[in-house]
Ligand binder design. Structure first.
Ligand code: NAG
Ligand code: NAG
Ligand code: NAG
Ligand code: NAG
Length: 781
């Protein structure tokens, strides 16, 4: 069916081509030339064939020469941020021409509201005050006019490529930041405009001292045509300010507009020569002053400060008014609509989200003052303590306060019970049932619904842009003899990953970090396996290497200090000398980073890991230099005998459950090694995602080295390096293509207390599913 459908166009094409040839060669008119293909198919076999192949000359294009052998394979150079690639810009940049100490006040009042504020000053004017500004660019005139230097700096800052608007102002003006933001957020930036106050001489240029808003297209023209202004400057006696104004007009060829898309740029005109701070009270009574965008000609810092205070007050009053209006509207709508569309409670918090299907219904947790019933697969009731208890107590107090202010005569008896649920759009919702006694000594119940909504959320706008084309070094520590076989199996599986021919331009390197107690012949077999792997993966840029590592002392060594001298005569025996998993991991990483340099990505993979190709891609995407480390949550295999995976489906069908149970018990009693016959798949009978396991980590060498010194105490993994700091994010997500093969695990109790309890909990849960354990223990007949 499928092949018939796909080959029909081919056959039709062939026949039409043949028909065309016949027309050309035999000049016979074909009437149904443009009939649909189906008809052509029927009529074509009627035609007479003639061999025309002799007329054809075979012309073979020379093969394009293969590119010269480049070892430094060209990499796609990508912008670091997606915004650069997509061409999205920031909204507003403010350039201030600083002339006096007013610039410092401008920085303090406006800097908070304009994140992209840049000051420019002539270096001869910079005094002690101005010098404190960190965002100041100074220029030396050398006979040039300031505008030429400022425009050239703006060009160097690529302002014309990065912003929708630029506000050009002088420090002698106060600019109302709220009005400016409202302005640029309300009008389009995509026309070339200069917005400001036109000069009174009718020439149509904008006055610089009242601020000028320049849209992106105008800014582009200005920056690219700035050389036109050179003719203005030479030999003219105009002031710097006037020259700049003329330059803007000439270079952009635009007339100043006071109103754009019905938004006026209103400048307060009564300021000239007056000390503004004495007049604000008076002015604020005049309509229009509160809406001013600019107040020019300030005389002192006090003017700037008091104007700013005033406009902050105006803004607050405006916001309060808006809130009042919204509340009023909300009340009106609640009264008017009693349907599903009526506003949600609490106001402005989205309503409960509808579950997409019956598997994703959010489950309410039930609690009393003693216990909380949670939605966990293996344990449903836990004592109410710690953070949960604090949470409940806080909510209980809020609920009581609500009831008791409305009915003070009630006497509180107890919290009967409550429910809570988390909705990622609403926050935490609670339903609390309270028991009260009224004045007649009767018991009354009150139910209160509370919501703790999500406050101060933050968008991470500056996540670096990453691609999968980075080089990756996989580090597999082989700490002792028991890990040799798993490590060799890992290599065998890896051979399957890379035999697929790919157009890789990125390198993958496998490093087996073999620790010294592993015997020489085992190290040799690992090295042989690596050679074989390299041979098979020739086409995919795989490098492979064995590093033998002298077992470091269990004391975490100072990375700066030289390694302690190895002591070969006394094999480590005392518990203090048993290396913690973290020490092994860090020693393996240290050595590998030492050898290959810290500028690539390192993936530390336990020897038991079983990974798929997509996993390596995700590692490359989820690890970001100076920004993010990746701790995938692995799928951990259950004990194959207990989970019933030691027989394949057919065998399992032939034995009765009782025989199966006896066989399993016998195997366990003998301590026979766990053998799996069925393929390991991500499914609840085969294993589980172990969210307590942090043993697989992917990190840039530099980020690891920075965090390295924080490793202290006896730990089971390296996650503690990246906790409780804000520089490097931890990415944690379940990873179905990373599986850990079953291995018996020992939890060293002589380690950090939290780590030990994590290890024990993880070991306990990873044995098998509860129902599988129950089948083994209870004889259900
Ligand atoms: C200038 O403003 C910025 C942003 O508000 C602020 O971080 C900086 O400390 C200010 N500089 C001075 C010298 O006030
Ligand atoms: C802009 O960059 C050019 C070249 O890097 C440099 O010569 C020029 O001095 C810079 N201009 C300013 C004002 O910094
Ligand atoms: C300047 O603008 C005017 C009117 O929009 C136009 O006629 C003139 O050709 C422009 N000049 C240049 C040099 O683009
Ligand atoms: C301007 O704002 C101030 C402060 O909010 C207020 O006291 C004054 O009445 C307002 N003026 C006018 C004309 O609305």
């Amino acid at each position: 069916m499928g092949s018939a459908r796909t080959s029909l166009p081919l056959i039709c094409g062939f026949l039409v081509g043949m028909t065309l040839t016949l027309i050309l060669v035999t000049s016979r008119q074909v009437e149904n030339f443009d009939t649909p293909c189906a008809e052509a198919y029927i009529s074509a076999p009627m035609r007479e064939y003639k061999d025309v192949s002799g007329d054809w000359v075979v012309h073979q294009d020379p093969m394009p020469a293969p590119p010269p052998n480049q070892d430094a394979t060209p990499k796609v150079i990508r912008a670091r941020f997606a915004a650069t690639e997509l061409g999205t810009r920031e909204k507003l940049m403010v350039a201030v021409l600083a002339e006096s100490s007013l610039a410092v006040t401008t920085n303090t009042t406006l800097g908070r509201h304009f994140p992209n504020l840049q000051m420019f000053a002539d270096s001869s004017r910079i005094d002690g005050d101005l010098a404190t500004l960190t965002n100041l660019i100074s220029y030396k005139l050398n006979g040039q006019k300031p505008h030429a230097l400022i425009l050239s700096s703006l060009f160097n800052l690529t302002v014309h490529e990065s912003y929708d608007w630029m506000l050009l102002m002088m420090d002698s003006a106060y600019i109302n930041p709220f009005a400016i933001w409202r302005y640029v957020n309300s009008v389009n930036w995509n026309n070339a405009v200069l917005i400001g106050l036109p000069a009174s001489d009718g020439s149509g240029r904008c006055r610089l001292d009242t601020g000028i808003l320049i849209s992106n297209p105008a800014l582009q023209t200005l920056i690219h045509q700035r050389h036109i202004c050179n003719t203005l400057a030479s030999g003219s006696t105009d002031s710097d300010q006037l020259t700049f104004e003329k330059c803007l007009q000439v270079a952009t060829n635009l007339t100043c507009q006071t109103e754009y898309q019905n938004y006026p740029y209103s400048v307060w005109g009564e300021a000239s020569g007056k000390a503004a701070h004495d007049y604000i009270g008076q002015w604020s009574e005049i309509p229009g002053f509160n809406d001013s965008v600019a107040v020019p000609q300030l005389l002192s810092d006090a003017d700037a400060r008091s104007l700013h205070d005033h406009f902050v007050k105006v803004e607050l009053a405006r916001l309060d008014e808006e809130i009042d209006e919204m509340e009023e509207l909300h009340v009106r709508m609640t009264d008017a609509l009693h349907t599903e569309e009526s506003p949600s409670w609490p106001p402005a918090v989205p309503g409960f989200s509808k579950p997409p299907n019956r598997y994703q219904i959010s489950t309410w947790e039930f609690f009393t003052m003693k216990d909380i019933f949670r939605n966990e697969p293996n344990q449903n009731v836990r004592p109410l303590e710690g953070k949960d208890r604090d949470d409940v107590m806080e909510v209980l107090n809020a609920a009581r306060k609500y009831v008791e202010t409305r009915a003070p005569e009630l006497e509180f008896v107890q919290l009967r019970n409550g429910y809570r649920v988390f909705d990622p759009r609403r926050g935490m919702d609670y339903m609390i049932d309270l028991t009260y006694r009224n004045s007649d000594d009767e018991i009354v119940e009150r139910r209160v619904h509370l919501n703790r909504f999500i406050a101060s959320t933050q968008l991470l706008s500056q996540v670096p842009y990453v691609k999968e084309d980075t080089d990756l070094t996989i580090v597999v520590p082989v700490a002792d003899e028991t890990e040799v076989m798993p490590a060799r199996k890992l290599l065998a599986r890896h051979a399957r990953l890379c035999t697929a021919a790919t157009e890789e331009t990125r390198k993958t390197r496998i490093v087996m970090a073999v620790f010294s107690p592993v015997e020489a012949h085992s190290t040799k077999s690992i090295a042989d396996d690596l050679e074989e792997l390299k041979r098979r993966c020739k086409r995919s840029f795989l490098e492979a290497d064995v590093l033998t590592i002298k077992r470091p002392s269990s004391q975490v060594r100072d990375p700066a200090a030289p390694p302690p001298p190895p002591n070969q005569n006394e094999p480590p025996k005392t518990p203090d000398d048993i290396l913690t998993p973290a020490a092994i991991a860090s020693a393996a990483l240290d050595e590998t980073i030492d050898r290959y340099g810290p500028n690539t990505m390192f993936l530390l993979l336990p020897a038991y890991a079983d990974v798929q190709k997509e996993f390596l891609d995700r590692v490359r995407i989820n690890t970001i230099k100076h920004y993010q480390v990746f701790f995938p949550i692995p799928f951990v295999e259950f004990h194959p005998t207990i989970a019933g995976m030691d027989m394949d489906e057919k065998e399992a069908g032939q034995v009765s459950p009782v025989e199966r149970r006896d066989a399993a018990l016998a195997m366990l009693r003998d301590g026979a090694p766990a053998k799996r016959k069925r393929p390991l798949i991500v499914q609840k009978d085969h294993g589980r995602f172990d969210s307590l396991d942090f043993s697989c980590i992917s990190v840039y060498g530099v980020d690891y080295l920075t965090a390295r010194s924080k490793l202290s105490g006896r730990r089971i993994d390296l996650v503690s390096l990246f906790l409780a700091q804000s520089d490097i994010h931890i990415m944690r997500v379940i990873e179905p293509t990373l599986r850990f093969r079953y291995h018996s695990r020992n939890c060293d109790l002589d380690i950090d207390e939290d780590d030990a309890s994590r290890c024990i909990a993880s070991k306990r849960e990873n044995v098998a599913a509860k129902d599988q354990l129950a089948k083994l223990i209870y004889n259900e007949q």
